[in-house]
Design a protein around this ligand. Structure first.
Ligand SMILES: Nc1ncnc2c1ncn2[C@@H]1O[C@H](COP(=O)(O)OP(=O)(O)OP(=O)(O)O)[C@@H](O)[C@H]1O
Ligand SMILES: [Mg+2]
Length: 322
């Protein structure tokens, strides 16, 4: 199951991503965590030392390897160089499984709190002013588009803040998107932005209240987001303690916060996989990108990369080379 945490800057996306990852791992579930934010903080939130976190291989710097691996023997993609971030898988492509020891997971993921952690990598000095962050998150799009995940397996992506997410098709890649909102007017304003996109693209969106103090805070969120409000987490002394360098375990959270993490998982587990929709939207965004810039940039008709007879799903794994 593919899960995103989005929301206003500072709302608690990274904190809640890390708590949810820890919750899943503690329950014995296989988890891949992905730091897809410009400010890379997920590794530290998962307990890595700063320098260990900074040394995670950047997915954005391994795009050529990622592309050439995923392309496999797909006859519609003549070379890795003609693959763009939206190029969808087709027959012959290499598909990914969460627990596999394929080159992408083994080379790019590190262990953090019992999860496999991957990271897009930070903006470097060279990127400033010339590249947009989507050239980095493109690696995550490719990963998600080739990943056949089943129920009980989780990919948790800590996304960039605010409406930045809509600049690429990545926001349609998730089984469930959690919008983290503080009980403030700015906190719920981001929800209003999301609602229209979510409706247009059939994105499943639930709001998670964060840093909620009391019943009035809950009522404020309920008033502004209605039934989209799934659950809330409080202003946590244990999270603050972790920020101050104290040891942290999921058991240090209050019972109410732990039960909210359980509610997040239940909401994810409640979602049925819709592989035809997932595949259709991948193709839609690819065609859109091909026409807007990628055909011209690559000098090929990239719409020809679409394999009309292919749907990503468990069945697509049959006959796959290991
Ligand atoms: N439930 C919580 N209890 C206590 N502190 C929290 C809680 N949630 C978040 N924080 C604190 O609030 C600050 C911002 O949280 P976090 O970094 O998770 O937000 P973010 O949305 O990922 O921010 P950014 O947009 O910068 O990536 C951090 O100092 C974090 O420790
Ligand atoms: Mg963050």
């Amino acid at each position: 199951m593919k899960i995103a945490f989005v929301g206003k800057g500072g709302s608690g996306k990274t904190t809640l991503s890390s708590l949810f990852v820890r919750h899943l791992v503690t329950a014995g579930a296989p988890v891949v965590a992905i730091d897809a934010d410009i400010n890379q903080h997920l590794g530290v939130a998962l307990g890595l030392e700063e320098d260990t976190a900074a040394a995670i291989p950047a997915m954005g710097e391994h795009l050529p390897e990622i592309k050439s691996y995923l392309r496999g023997a797909n006859p519609r993609i003549p070379s890795a160089a003609s693959m763009v971030k939206t190029t969808p898988p087709g027959r012959g492509s290499r598909l990914l499984r969460l627990g596999d020891d394929d080159p992408i997971h083994t080379r790019l993921a590190v262990d953090a709190a019992g999860a496999r952690l991957m990271a897009t990598g930070p903006f470097t000095g060279e990127d400033l002013g010339v590249a947009c962050y989507h050239s980095k998150t493109g690696a995550v799009e490719l990963y998600l588009n080739h990943l056949v995940d089943g129920p009980g397996e989780y990919v948790v992506v800590d996304c960039t803040a605010g409406a930045e997410s809509f600049a690429s098709g990545m926001f349609t890649r998730f089984d469930l998107t959690f919008l983290v909102a503080e009980p403030t007017r700015k906190g719920v304003a981001v929800y209003r932005q999301w609602v229209d996109y979510a409706a247009d693209f059939d994105v499943a969106l639930r709001v998670v209240g964060n840093k909620v103090h009391d019943a009035e805070d809950v009522a404020f969120l309920r008033e502004h987001v209605g039934d989209a409000l799934l659950c809330c987490l409080g202003q946590s002394a244990a999270v603050r303690g972790m920020e101050q360098g104290r040891p942290f375990g999921i058991g240090d959270l209050t019972a109410a916060d732990r039960s909210s993490l359980g509610a997040l998982r239940a909401a994810v587990d409640d979602r049925a996989k819709d592989w035809p929709k997932f595949t259709r939207q991948a193709v839609e965004f690819h065609v859109k990108n091909a026409r807007a810039w990628a055909n011209a940039a690559i000098g090929e008709d990239l719409e020809a990369q679409v394999d009309p007879g292919f749907t990503l799903a468990e069945a697509a794994l049959t006959g796959r080379r290991s």
